[in-house]
Structures are given as structure tokens and as C-alpha cells.
Design a protein around this ligand. Structure first.
Ligand SMILES: N[C@@]1(C(=O)O)CN(C[C@@H]2CCCCN2)C[C@@H]1CCC[B-](O)(O)O
Ligand SMILES: [Mn+2]
Ligand SMILES: [Mn+2]
Length: 301
């Protein structure tokens, strides 16, 4: 089986410089060899180059920032991910900010319409155009994928093909009021850190999969934001929130999803190597590579 590494040096969905350097640090840490060491054939033909749009040609829409840039980049990512899946490969998208998931999940859905999404994150990333307070599109990808809130022509290419009952969250602990309303209104299943504490990660993953994949017969797209982990574990990220997943809880999720044999695509998002000292950056990058290895079959025994 072949893994296709999709390096996406992109930061347009949020304001902090540096997250576009995430992919290069993950690859430079030896990710390709590490995955080959697990027996995968690895396809990586260089990081994607996303041309910028100068500011005057991409004014905000409402308060949405860099809308045309984000739309164009994520649409190209959708095509790339979709093509890899069509070729029978497993795309591993390295971010870059989480707005990229509009592309990666669109890519998965284009080939596997019954894909279910496991979203591991401190945040819900489901703000609509009406509810976003920041205008940063990395906090909004799921509203576009689900067709929640009003649409803008620039994002018409995103077909709202994800169903709310096909999405489940693990790790939430910093959800905006508008997002809480959306989650309640649409009955979207979420296992916050409260549930992780109450049930333990093993039961949480089992319940999460029971919700979106009861017969374990649907393809799984795992979208992992490193800020789901506690900042002590993955410090170099743009929106850290205390009280996160331990190193082992993060890895358990990846190991358990690999065990299903249903993983068709994975995202590793929001590694920003410019936000911490070099030791913390290295730690964050190493944890990212380790999570990816676990999602792709690395076991402890
Ligand atoms: N919901 C947010 C948005 O901007 O929409 C609000 N903001 C964090 C906000 C800061 C002030 C105190 C309350 N929390 C980040 C988040 C998006 C995270 C994107 B991700 O990819 O990192 O998950
Ligand atoms: Mn996120
Ligand atoms: Mn997050």
C-alpha cells in the first residue's frame, strides 16, 4: 500500500506566520523513511507551492480573511487528495492551518461519499459566516463541509457532502458560543475532554466510532489538529489550550483507528515551528511524526 505525503505549506486560514513551515519540518524530521520503515511505499514529490494573492485583490468578505486565497488553495488540495485516493493511495496531508481540511475532506468525499470524519482538536472549527468572531477560516472548515450557515460564491466549489451524523469530535475544550449552538442544533456528537476524563480514551474512541461507523464498514478520514494535545506535549502551535490530551491519549486514537483497517486519509494540522524555542519545536514535530506512524500501523509490541 502506498502513502502519498501532501505537504501543504499554507497559513492563510489564520494570522500567525510560521504554520506554513510545518510540512517542511515534519518531512525534514525523517517522516518518509519512518513510514517506509513501517512497510509503506511512500510517494512524496515535494511540497505544494501555493501562489499568494496580493491583499488588494483579496479583500475580506464580511470579516472572513483571505477568502479567495483560502478557497483557491483548498480547492487545489481537494483535487490532489481526491486524485491520490483514486490512485488507491492513502493521502497524508501535512499542514499548514486547519482550513486545509475543507480540501482534504472534500477530496475523501469525492471518492468515498460515505466517509466518516473523526476530528481530533481542542476546537470545533465549525464557525459559520454568521458566528465566526475572528474571521479566521481555520475556525470554519466544517461549516462549509456541512453546509451550515450562509454560503459565499467564492466557496461554492465546496459541495456540502458531509452529513452531521458522519462527524465526531474528540478533545474539544475551547468551543465558541456560536459553535456550541451549532453543535446542539445539529446534534453533532462530541467527546470533549470532560468525556475523556469520565470514560477514558479507550471507551471514548469506541463510542465515537460506534456513532459514525457502527458496523465498522465506512472509510475513515482522521483530521488531527496537534492542539488537541496538551500544550506540554505539543507546544508549538497557534492556538494552544491547556487541559489537553496526553501523549498516550493522542497516540491511542491513532492506533485504534489504524486497527479498524478503515483509514483512507489523514491530516496532521497546525504545527507552527516558529512559535516556540527549538527544543519545543523539535518536540512538537517529533510528536507529529509519531502520531502519523501510529495511525499508519506502528505498534508498541
Ligand atoms: N474558534 C476559534 C476561531 O477563531 O474561530 C476561536 N479561536 C480561539 C479563541 C481565542 C480567544 C479565547 C477563545 N478561543 C481559535 C478558534 C479556531 C481554531 C482553529 B484550529 O484549527 O486551531 O482548531
Ligand atoms: Mn483545528
Ligand atoms: Mn485547534
Amino acid at each position: 500500500k502506498t502513502v502519498a505525503i501532501v505537504g501543504c505549506p499554507f497559513s492563510g486560514g489564520q494570522p500567525k506566520a510560521g504554520v506554513d513551515k510545518g510540512p517542511i519540518h515534519l518531512v525534514e524530521a525523517g517522516l518518509v523513511n519512518q513510514l517506509e520503515g513501517l512497510g509503506w511505499k511512500v510517494k512524496f514529490d515535494g511540497h505544494h507551492l501555493f501562489e499568494d494573492i496580493n491583499a488588494q485583490d483579496d479583500p475580506p468578505i464580511g470579516i472572513l480573511k483571505n477568502p479567495r486565497l483560502v478557497s483557491r488553495v483548498t480547492q487545489s488540495v481537494a483535487n490532489v487528495v481526491g486524485d491520490h485516493i483514486k490512485n488507491g493511495e492513502l493521502p497524508v496531508t501535512l499542514g499548514g492551518d486547519h482550513s486545509l481540511a475543507m480540501g482534504t475532506i472534500s477530496g475523501s468525499l469525492s471518492h468515498h461519499p460515505n466517509t466518516c470524519v473523526v476530528w481530533v482538536d481542542a476546537h470545533a472549527d465549525i464557525n459559520s459566516i454568521e458566528t465566526t468572531e475572528s474571521g479566521n477560516i481555520h475556525g470554519m472548515p466544517l461549516s462549509f463541509l456541512l453546509g451550515i450557515g450562509s454560503s459565499v460564491p467564492e466557496f461554492d466549489w465546496v459541495k456540502a457532502l458531509l452529513r452531521t451524523d458522519s462527524l465526531v469530535y474528540i478533545g474539544l475544550r475551547d468551543v465558541d458560543a456560536g459553535e456550541k449552538a451549532i453543535l446542539r442544533q445539529h446534534n453533532i456528537k462530541a467527546f470533549s475532554m470532560h468525556e475523556v476524563d469520565r470514560y477514558g480514551i479507550g471507551k471514548v474512541v469506541e463510542m465515537a466510532l460506534d456513532h459514525v461507523n457502527p458496523n465498522r464498514d465506512r472509510p475513515i478520514h482522521l483530521s488531527f489538529d496537534v492542539d488537541a494535545l496538551d500544550p506540554s506535549v505539543a507546544p508549538s502551535t497557534g492556538t494552544p489550550v491547556r487541559g489537553g490530551l496526553t501523549f498516550r491519549e493522542g497516540h491511542y486514537i491513532c492506533e485504534a483507528i489504524y486497527e479498524t483497517g478503515l483509514l483512507v486519509a489523514m491530516d496532521l494540522m497546525e504545527v507552527n515551528p516558529s512559535l516556540a524555542d527549538s527544543v519545543s519545536v523539535e518536540q512538537t514535530v517529533a510528536v507529529g511524526c509519531s502520531l502519523l506512524r501510529s495511525a499508519l500501523g506502528e505498534t508498541l509490541l
